[in-house]
Ligand binder design. Sequence first.
Ligand SMILES: [Zn+2]
Length: 144
Amino acid sequence: MRRVAKTTPLGSPPAQDPAFFSRLAERLQEELNDLEARLEEERERLSALSPLPVHWKPVRCGKEDCRRCPHGPYPYLREKREGKWRWKYLGKGWQPPEGFVRPQEFLEGLVRYKRLLRRREELLSRLEEAQAALAGRGGGRARR
Ligand SMILES: [Zn+2]
């Protein structure tokens, strides 16, 4: 299964319906599993398109009590600047240097990858909400 639904409506569920949250949490988890598989595919595709090794680094956001740290992993290249090796984040404005055979394809892949990462953050935060709702009602039924 490779499909990732665009939206998983949270809506306004009946206030006393733990089954709703339990189904919701299950569905979100399935979607997350699909998403992880797609993220991995994108990473492999991007790595294969790059003439230089792409390093996938998990990044800590620095926010206190962030339960989703580390984020990513995000793509970096190793680059020598002023005689020192540095990490170059393949973010906004970055252009593939010479040597990239299909630079446009690579850039499009980066955009797609980051969109998937954002989607994952969104799903994780919904999952947290659903689990909190379950824990509040069902007496520790939330999965951790
Ligand atoms: Zn974080």
